[in-house]
Design a protein around this ligand. Structure first.
Ligand SMILES: *[C@@H]1O[C@H](CO)[C@@H](O)[C@H](O)[C@H]1NC(C)=O
Ligand SMILES: *[C@@H]1O[C@H](CO)[C@@H](O)[C@H](O)[C@H]1NC(C)=O
Ligand SMILES: *[C@@H]1O[C@H](CO)[C@@H](O)[C@H](O)[C@H]1NC(C)=O
Ligand SMILES: *[C@@H]1O[C@H](CO)[C@@H](O)[C@H](O)[C@H]1NC(C)=O
Ligand SMILES: *[C@@H]1O[C@H](CO)[C@@H](O)[C@H](O)[C@H]1NC(C)=O
Ligand SMILES: *[C@@H]1O[C@H](CO)[C@@H](O)[C@H](O)[C@H]1NC(C)=O
Ligand SMILES: *[C@@H]1O[C@H](CO)[C@@H](O)[C@H](O)[C@H]1NC(C)=O
Ligand SMILES: *[C@@H]1O[C@H](CO)[C@@H](O)[C@H](O)[C@H]1NC(C)=O
Ligand SMILES: *[C@@H]1O[C@H](CO)[C@@H](O)[C@H](O)[C@H]1NC(C)=O
Ligand SMILES: *[C@@H]1O[C@H](CO)[C@@H](O)[C@H](O)[C@H]1NC(C)=O
Ligand SMILES: *[C@@H]1O[C@H](CO)[C@@H](O)[C@H](O)[C@H]1NC(C)=O
Ligand SMILES: *[C@@H]1O[C@H](CO)[C@@H](O)[C@H](O)[C@H]1NC(C)=O
Length: 734
């Protein structure tokens, strides 16, 4: 699928609400019409396929005021132009300034590339509203001629350099300034001086440095997340009358203690200090913030002792104090935040105190993350009584003993991640009562016994990972029922508007939608800061948005969806490196939503069932088993198959020629199946595989021709660039 196709697809979804064609007066200036037609010709020339609504603009007759995306003023002049999400690609049009009555221009969410024509936009002196966000615009930003602006959104582009704007000059009426997700540099300390009407400021994800601006308390929303700000936050930062409703300072290099004067920002609902070097006590003044619903203090060096006053935050729903390396027992104060829905305490070196702290009795808790600590006890039974629990992450500790069968009572549970502990015993049959479950991640334990057939009742379960255990016996045929119908769980999540505030979805996403599994590797590009190539956006809008979409079952990347009945992401069944045996049940071929099947490193025998050809597979790994017989020719019907590893088995007969039709295949390994035979086609995709794919296969004959158009394993699929382009909008502040 081409990137542009993909974009249309994503945009379409984001604007279900339809257009707000601003139809106004009768005529439309003659000259305006000429400019619009020139614009249409320009856009058409740059977009061979998938054109936006502008394609319907008619040369003859109709007034341009009636055209889609065009709005006129009372005098019939073109006053607004809205080409958002119109699959525009290529350079920017250079004659907007000839629309001299233009007050509003929205070019957001397209693929406009290159620098903005030097003076054109800057001559649109009437502009009040300018949105060029979510494009691929490069170069510097010069809007010094736009003195009437109220709204300026240039976020999610590739703009760079100092903001070449004398802000005071365009600031008279500016209320909203979004510069986020670009590569702007320079000292911001005094950048917004004189912009007295500014209320919404988002400077996040750039390379700004300097110290925090001294007067942020005059804004309603302010984010400078993911920059290089240094210095301390002085007491004077938050004077009486502080207007802040949302403040995000995450991922900078701020130091010192955080001032108690934050108590003066009484309207604050969201505060993130994540990823700085704040130390000392968490300010008790936070306890005066009666409207606060999200508090994110993770990845700092706050004192272990947390002031009791914080429990006065009666609206607090989301609390993240992860990565502070507190050590010892979970602090008892956490059991007193009665309104909490999310509690995120991973990477804190805790050794105990889960039950004693009372966190398991928080009546509304929906997400509890205690992963990456040093707990050694049995899994607490008390968890089973947490009626609201949806996401439980106890991974990467040293929990031992059995999985309590009582966990089957967690009727609302959507994700259970107990991976990388030392749990033993069997998987309880009561797991079958978890009918809302989307993820079951029990990998990396010492679980034994058979997979209970009751797992088949988990019809929402799209993502199952039981790898690296000691499970024995057959795959129960009932397992083919998992993931058959996640719809009801997604529907519940779509209905629930309150749940998805907060941060740190990135880490969870990496674990549950592993970027190393194609086709999930787009996650990497989203989670990696393109500037530093390091993990990024840990608190940022990207993760939050994608995560939100995943949980609601919305389409993230359309890939080979023709055969996938869920339009979100393909499910996986990951059973690698256990001691499973017997034949792979043919019923597995009925798993309509499973795109990745990993059965490698077990003791499966018998033939590969033909029905496996009915799965919408992207990746199949059955390597290191004892599977024999021919490769079913039906596998050639997997048009989406990208990776197939059949190595180290006893497969025989001739390679079916249907395989040569697999145009997406980038990894093919049939090595060490000594009975397999065939002449390998050197044309098409198979021409890209060399002898590494056929080691230890004496009956295979390889034509050593020069392969053409080699597609390397690991080469990025088109959707990577598309998503990187941030077609998924960045929600700035919660
Ligand atoms: C442009 O149209 C979209 C809907 O298609 C709407 O969401 C957006 O607010 C409009 N932009 C402006 C500046 O009115
Ligand atoms: C814009 O106008 C200039 C003349 O003012 C013209 O040369 C140019 O071709 C026009 N079109 C574009 C796309 O810039
Ligand atoms: C600008 O456009 C983007 C994408 O269409 C949209 O998400 C954003 O809300 C717009 N900005 C403003 C300030 O309206
Ligand atoms: C910005 O553009 C104007 C003309 O539109 C020009 O006079 C000014 O020098 C430019 N400023 C910078 C810093 O490039
Ligand atoms: C600012 O807005 C007011 C109306 O709200 C208007 O009268 C004034 O002319 C604007 N200033 C500029 C520089 O556009
Ligand atoms: C940033 O600008 C402020 C005010 O001009 C100045 O005090 C500070 O030293 C500058 N910081 C850096 C890192 O350049
Ligand atoms: C806080 O919010 C209330 C209600 O919206 C508003 O009346 C008040 O002016 C706000 N306070 C500040 C300092 O902005
Ligand atoms: C906490 O655990 C991390 C590893 O998870 C370790 O590097 C660090 O030294 C520990 N810190 C303390 C204070 O125990
Ligand atoms: C378990 O830990 C290993 C080693 O750190 C890691 O590679 C693996 O991804 C973890 N498993 C899960 C399911 O997170
Ligand atoms: C599921 O729960 C019901 C009671 O609600 C119980 O009777 C049944 O045994 C449970 N199923 C399993 C597999 O534990
Ligand atoms: C969604 O919410 C509405 C109203 O709150 C309710 O009637 C409906 O049953 C809910 N649907 C689902 C799938 O939960
Ligand atoms: C961002 O700007 C910095 C400094 O100007 C530069 O080193 C870096 O290459 C730029 N990154 C991108 C992705 O343009």
């Amino acid at each position: 699928m081409s990137p542009s196709l993909l974009l249309t697809f994503l945009c379409g979804l984001l604007f279900i609400a339809g257009e707000a064609a601003q139809v106004a007066a009768e005529s439309g200036g003659v000259d305006d019409k000429e400019v619009l037609l020139e614009l249409k010709r320009f856009l058409v020339a740059n977009n061979k396929v998938n054109r936006g609504g502008y394609e319907a603009w008619q040369e003859s007759g109709q007034s341009p005021c009636l055209w889609r995306g065009v709005g006129c003023n009372r005098g019939g002049r073109v006053a607004s132009l809205n080409l958002t999400c119109s699959t525009i690609s290529g350079p920017a049009f250079g004659n907007f300034s000839r629309l001299s009555a233009l007050t509003s221009l929205d070019l957001s969410d397209n693929s406009i590339i290159g620098a903005l024509p030097a003076s054109d936009l800057n001559q649109c002196h009437s502009l009040v509203h300018l949105n060029i966000s979510h494009n691929l615009i490069t170069g510097s930003l010069n809007v010094s001629g736009l003195t009437k602006l109220r709204v300026l959104d240039v976020s999610a582009n590739r703009l760079e350099g100092g903001v070449a704007v004398n802000f005071p000059a365009i600031c008279a009426n500016l209320t909203l300034l979004h510069l986020s997700t670009n590569n702007f540099t320079g000292n911001i300390t005094n950048m917004l001086e004189g912009c007295t009407r500014l209320e919404y400021v988002d400077l996040s994800s750039n390379n700004f440095d300097g110290e925090l601006l001294p007067d942020i308390a005059r804004f309603r929303k302010f984010s400078v997340a993911e920059n290089n700000l240094s210095g301390t936050v002085p007491w004077t930062m938050f004077p009486d009358g502080c207007k802040l409703q949302s403040l995000d300072l995450s991922a900078n290099q701020l130091v010192g203690s955080f001032p108690d004067s934050i108590a003066k920002c009484t309207n604050l609902t969201y505060l993130s200090l994540w990823g700085n070097n704040f130390a000392g006590m968490v300010p008790a003044g936070i306890g005066k913030l009666a409207s606060l619903d999200a508090l994110v203090l993770g990845k700092n060096r706050f004192d272990r002792q947390i002031p009791q006053e914080l429990t006065n935050c009666m609206s607090l729903q989301f609390l993240d104090i992860s990565r502070n390396m507190f050590g010892g027992d979970v602090q008892e104060i956490f059991g007193n935040f009665m309104s909490l829905k999310y509690l995120v305490l991973h990477h804190n070196n805790y050794t105990g105190g889960i039950v004693a702290s009372g966190v398991l009795r928080l009546p509304l808790l929906a997400r509890l993350d205690l992963s990456f600590n040093e707990f050694t006890s049995d899994l607490p039974q008390e968890v089973a009584d947490m009626k609201s629990l949806k996401y439980l992450t106890l991974a990467d500790n040293n929990f031992s003993g059995r999985i309590p069968p009582e966990y089957g009572r967690l009727a609302e549970l959507q994700a259970l991640d107990l991976s990388n502990n030392t749990l033993s015993g069997g998987i309880p049959a009561s797991i079958g009562n978890l009918t809302s479950l989307l993820w079951l991640i029990l990998a990396g334990n010492q679980l034994s016994g058979e997979i209970p057939p009751e797992i088949g009742y988990c019809t929402s379960l799209l993502w199952l990972n039981l790898a690296d255990n000691q499970l024995t016996g057959n795959i129960p045929p009932e397992m083919a029922e998992i993931g058959r119908n996640p719809g009801p769980t997604f529907a519940k999540n779509r209905n629930d508007t309150s749940v998805f505030i907060g941060s740190n979805e990135c880490q969870v996403m990496r674990r549950w939608i592993p970027a190393s599994y194609r086709p999930f590797n787009f996650i990497n590009s989203v989670l990696t800061d393109p500037r530093t190539k390091k993990d990024s956006v840990m608190t940022g809008g990207n993760c939050r948005n994608i995560w939100d979409r995943i949980l609601k079952g919305y389409i993230i990347v359309p890939m080979c969806t023709s055969s996938l009945s869920v339009g979100s992401l393909p499910g996986y069944v990951q059973l690698s490196r256990n001691m499973l045996s017997g034949e792979i049940p043919p019923r597995i071929g009925t798993m309509q939503n499973i795109g990745l099947l990993f059965l490698d490193g077990n003791s499966f025998t018998g033939q590969l069932p033909r029905d496996i050809g009915r799965l919408p597979l992207v990746e199949l790994n059955i390597s290191r088993n004892n599977i024999s017989g021919p490769i079913p020719s039906e596998i050639g019907e997997y048009m989406c198959l990208e990776r197939m590893d059949l190595s180290f088995n006893n497969l025989s007969d001739e390679l079916p020629t249907s395989l040569f039709k697999l145009t997406e295949l980038v990894l093919f390994n049939v090595s060490y199946n000594p009975l397999i035979s065939g002449n390998i086609s050197t044309t098409g995709q198979f021409g890209t595989f060399d002898e590494q794919s056929f080691l230890g296969d004496p009956l295979i004959s390889l034509d050593q021709g020069e392969p053409a158009g080699k597609k390397q394993p690991g080469e990025e699929a088109p959707y990577v660039t598309a998503v990187e382009r941030s077609s998924i909008p960045t929600a700035i502040l919660v």
